[in-house]
Design a protein around this ligand. Structure first.
Ligand SMILES: [Ca+2]
Ligand SMILES: [Ca+2]
Ligand SMILES: [Ca+2]
Ligand SMILES: [Ca+2]
Length: 158
């Protein structure tokens, strides 16, 4: 049985769909061990929600259930420092990884030097923040974090 799932790390969309059909037929323990084997948590659907919840728990320092502008800037700055592995004060595309698409990285790189300064990184997070703040109250709450812009924001602050 196991060999059928040995391709999970390279899982494509078709295989993913196929797996969702197959999985309920297997006992939970089997599914869990397969998940551990796969080492590819992004393949499974609950992840975006977890991402949003994590972003809130990381950024919401006053624990009021939402991220305000000050919390955003602090979280984006902290995340920038964490991502800046070589500590040169800028982020290359490699350091940013998949948190920004190529196009979004280029859009954030306003001085076009192929790296993001902390200001550029924070500005990109603020742009996502404004887009995610659907009710325009200056705060992004859990529900707003689950939107497309909210998920983009989550990737930049956690
Ligand atoms: Ca807060
Ligand atoms: Ca760097
Ligand atoms: Ca730049
Ligand atoms: Ca809001």
């Amino acid at each position: 049985m196991l060999w059928e799932f040995s391709y999970i790390p390279q899982c494509n969309l078709a295989l993913h769909n196929q797996m969702e059909i197959l999985m309920p037929k297997h006992p939970v323990s089997t599914i869990l061990s397969l998940l551990a084997l796969s080492a590819a948590p992004f393949v499974l659907s609950p992840v975006p929600r977890a991402f949003a919840a994590d972003a809130l728990s990381v950024a919401d320092t006053d624990k009021d259930g939402s991220i305000d502008k000050a919390e955003l800037d602090a979280a984006a700055g902290a995340q920038f420092d964490k991502l800046d592995k070589d500590k040169d004060g800028t982020l290359t595309k490699a350091e940013v990884g998949k948190r920004l698409s190529k196009a979004d990285f280029a859009a954030a790189d306003t001085d076009n030097d192929k790296t993001l300064s902390k200001d550029e990184y924070t500005a990109a997070a603020e742009k996502d923040f404004a887009a995610a703040d659907a009710d325009n109250d200056g705060k992004v709450e859990a529900k707003e974090l689950k939107s497309k812009a909210g998920l983009a924001l989550s990737k930049l602050i956690k």
